[in-house]
Design a protein around this ligand. Sequence first.
Ligand SMILES: NC(=O)c1ccc[n+]([C@@H]2O[C@H](COP(=O)([O-])OP(=O)(O)OC[C@H]3O[C@@H](n4cnc5c(N)ncnc54)[C@H](OP(=O)(O)O)[C@@H]3O)[C@@H](O)[C@H]2O)c1
Length: 313
Amino acid sequence: MTRRPLGKSGLAVTPIALGTWAMGGHVASWGHVDDNESIAAIQKAEDLDINLIDTAPIYGNGHAEEIVGKALHGRRDRWVVATKCGLLPGVDEDALPRRCLSFDSIIQECDQSLRRLGIDCIDVYHCHWPDPETPIRETMEAMKSLLKLGKIRAIGLSNFGCERMAAAREFGPVDVAQTSFSMLHRWAASDLLPYCVEHEMGALAYGPLSKGLLTGKFRKDSEFTDVRATDREFVGTRYLDNLQKVARLNAIAQRHDKTVAQLALNWAVHQPGVTAVIVGAKRPSQIAENAGAVGWAIHPDEIQAIDRILEDA
Ligand SMILES: NC(=O)c1ccc[n+]([C@@H]2O[C@H](COP(=O)([O-])OP(=O)(O)OC[C@H]3O[C@@H](n4cnc5c(N)ncnc54)[C@H](OP(=O)(O)O)[C@@H]3O)[C@@H](O)[C@H]2O)c1
């Protein structure tokens, strides 16, 4: 697989990256997940020449990072490792995570992530979500101090809009933006992605399959009890519209002997500003299919047809 420069970080990453949220194994989030399958999926990604892996301490309260640490043991040099800080577990199991990007918390979280991952330097360290309670100057001081200590290689900001991104960049170098982006969530195309192009930043697009919706595996009567149950894309008429769009996209994918997931990922990695898509997978077969998204081209007239499908209300 080809490599793309990740902004000005000096890192180069494959356009398809592996996400590990589901590997956190939190049943309410993604249903049952088998750790051995998760490790096998990471190994499969490596076999397929994927080199970027994204995780976070909040994915299973450390569990996803531990799984990544196990899978990467002895193979660390093969990977660009991205993780995050700033989302702490809620007060009880059902509570939402708490946002905290204070100086002390970031320093402490980084050490915990390094330990769980079994590495001595994180390649891309993201602030997971903005924390309105902490001045961004304080947050950036912590991130810069980690750079200085050699505990991280590049600073990333996740879920920061252009205004917040610009405010943070007043206080230090930000090489990477991480944002939600897929055929069904294209908002970043009008602001954050052009911002990344303008400022030569890397952009990592998460959720490029819209939590599996763009794989074509769901039906009208599919029932959701996990993270999808509360996602508006999986509810009511919006869900039915999405299924219709996926069916129309599938017709284009089939012309290339590809799956609709491969079409959706190919489309996303070729959108202006996108450096890589972070696609989640729970088992080797999923990452194998997703890796087949690159190395072929969607025709320009098909791009227009896709635009029309996506714009149809
Ligand atoms: N920065 C942030 O705030 C943030 C937020 C969300 C995600 N992320 C990152 O982005 C990654 C990806 O996002 P995501 O996991 O939400 O969504 P996604 O990549 O759009 O969907 C991933 C899910 O779709 C299903 N899937 C994947 N490939 C498949 C295939 N070929 N065939 C059938 N099903 C397939 C799997 O779930 P099932 O098998 O259960 O269907 C998988 O867990 C996360 O793992 C995480 O690393 C970051």
